[in-house]
Write a protein that binds this ligand. Structure first.
Ligand code: FAD
Length: 447
């Protein structure tokens, strides 16, 4: 692929050969796979450093060697430009001469339109948060959210932390909290011991994962246990848990971190017109073919925006997408056996941590489901679907724009959240001004 010179950083319209959104494992692998083609590559991520969720950097982080290798490899390629602290906020106007599609980008200083004929979406996933009594109390967070806060410098030394929900992220977050000086008093895993044992028995197929699981094991882990209520007046003080069919326990804690699985970040892909689907996301991820192509020509997707399966799968998918987007189809094809191996891991993971029906019944009538607009469960239960709920209750119309309650109502009521609309995120007026179409003779170089 011929290299297009990158526009000067102050231009309101810029052009690259390959635009990669997300600098987690998938995005980094995509850029590194495409780099030898000589294409001009721009990688965009809204975090301060590349790494995504698993390799999130911060004052309390010692990055693993693999993350450091990826970061320094990115820096060594002169044709890769990494724009951190930069967010895609919406769609831009298509380039008037070469018809390159465009996205609207914003960083702390400016907004601009980024044109590219090829785009790889590596936007990852977010936690599934579900409502239960007390979940809006200060001190109650997502499990991954607590992990991110600790990595960013939150001081949890001496604090008692309870975790609840499902999946390996609980154990990873508990390990981060323990390393930071907290005492993890309980890890309530809703899956049964039989499920956990079945999962562990399969791990010999992925030895590195077996070692990881051993390192994360925690004596406070309890299976068949789920949260009933966070208790406290102005701050969480204890958590009430259901153990097995009948038992209950109440545990004093300073923080409660809950995560019920992951939700793929598909908003940008949907805005571009990409279809959802795929067996490893319950149909909620971006659908891709064997070359990581989405249903929209020129748009590829990789990593957890296509389904869940851990960083290894994201790395392989990212490399495949990068190769394919750079026209290196043979190299992409050569990675299929590796992808099949990690798809197998993803299947084992998902089959072992299926949410049980009791998790859907935790909210009481007065429990807020949409915490931005203060909409309780009782107001939503009679509604017919997402749009009906939005119109009658303002559910999903607050600051998070349905990112939390949309996924929650999908789990609780089976509603399909409405497709996202331009803008994806709040943006400055100056950025919107940059959204104006390019002049007929653009000053930015074209490919
Ligand atoms: C909160 C959380 C914590 C996790 N912690 C762990 C862990 O400790 N261990 C583990 O094994 N797995 C963890 N996971 C799972 C982990 O996400 C994956 O295994 C791996 O990081 C997926 O890689 P990815 O590249 O697909 O996505 P991610 O790593 O999620 O990277 C996606 C990147 O895209 C960026 N992005 C998304 N949308 C935009 C936009 N519009 N504009 C600009 N940038 C954008 C995001 O900020 C992010 O940096 C965690 C998941 C979550 C949700």
């Amino acid at each position: 692929m011929p290299m297009t010179p990158t526009a000067p950083p102050s231009a309101p319209h810029e052009h690259c050969d390959l635009l990669i959104i997300g600098a987690g494992p998938a995005g980094m692998a995509a850029a590194l796979a495409a780099a030898p083609s000589g294409a001009s590559i721009t990688v965009v991520d809204d975090n301060p450093q590349p790494g995504g969720q698993i390799w999130r950097d911060g004052p309390q982080v010692a990055l693993p060697a693999l993350a450091q290798q990826h970061r320094s490899a990115l820096a060594q390629h002169t044709n890769i430009r990494v724009l951190t602290g930069t967010r895609v906020v919406g769609l831009g106007a298509t380039h008037p001469t070469d018809k390159a599609p465009a996205l609207l980008l914003e960083d702390a200083d400016r907004g601009w339109t980024q044109h590219s004929h090829r785009t790889v979406l590596c936007t990852g996933a977010r936690e599934l948060l579900l409502p239960f009594p007390g979940w809006t109390l200060p001190g109650v967070t997502g499990a991954g959210a607590l992990q991110a806060l600790i990595k960013a410098g939150l001081d949890v030394r001496g604090q008692r932390i309870a975790m609840a929900g499902t999946g390996p992220l609980l154990l990873a977050a508990a390990a981060t909290a323990t390393q930071a000086g907290a005492t993890v008093v309980r890890i309530a895993e809703q899956a049964s011991w039989a499920s956990l044992a079945g999962f562990a028995a399969q791990l010999s197929r992925w030895p590195a994962k077996a070692l990881q699981a051993l390192a994360l094991l925690n004596p406070h882990l309890r299976a068949s246990t789920h949260v009933l209520e966070a208790q406290g007046t102005v701050q969480v003080q204890s958590v009430r848990l259901r153990r097995g069919m009948q038992g209950e326990e109440t545990i004093a804690c300073d923080r409660l971190a809950c995560g019920f699985g992951l939700v793929p970040n598909t908003q940008l892909g949907q805005l571009l017109g990409c279809a959802l689907g795929g067996p490893l996301s319950n149909g909620q991820g971006l659908a891709v073919d064997a070359q990581m192509r989405t249903s929209v020509p020129g748009v590829y997707a990789a990593g957890e925006c296509t389904g869940f399966g851990g960083s290894e799968r994201a790395l392989v998918q990212g490399a495949m997408a990068g190769h394919a987007a750079a026209g290196q189809v043979q190299q992409a094809r050569a990675l299929r056996p590796q992808l099949a191996r990690w798809d197998g891991f993803a299947q084992a993971l998902q089959a072992s941590f299926v949410l049980n029906a009791a998790i859907n019944t935790l909210a009481r009538p007065d429990t807020l489901v949409c915490r931005c607009e203060d909409v309780p469960y009782a107001d939503l239960a009679p509604r017919q679907g997402w749009i009906d709920a939005k119109l009658h209750t303002r559910c999903g119309m607050g600051a998070c724009q349905g990112r939390i309650c949309g996924a929650a109502t999908q789990q609780l009521f089976g509603w399909t959240p409405a497709a996202p609309r331009h803008l994806l995120a709040p943006a400055r007026i100056g950025t919107l001004a940059a959204c104006t179409p390019t002049p007929a003779t653009p000053e930015a170089p074209t490919g």
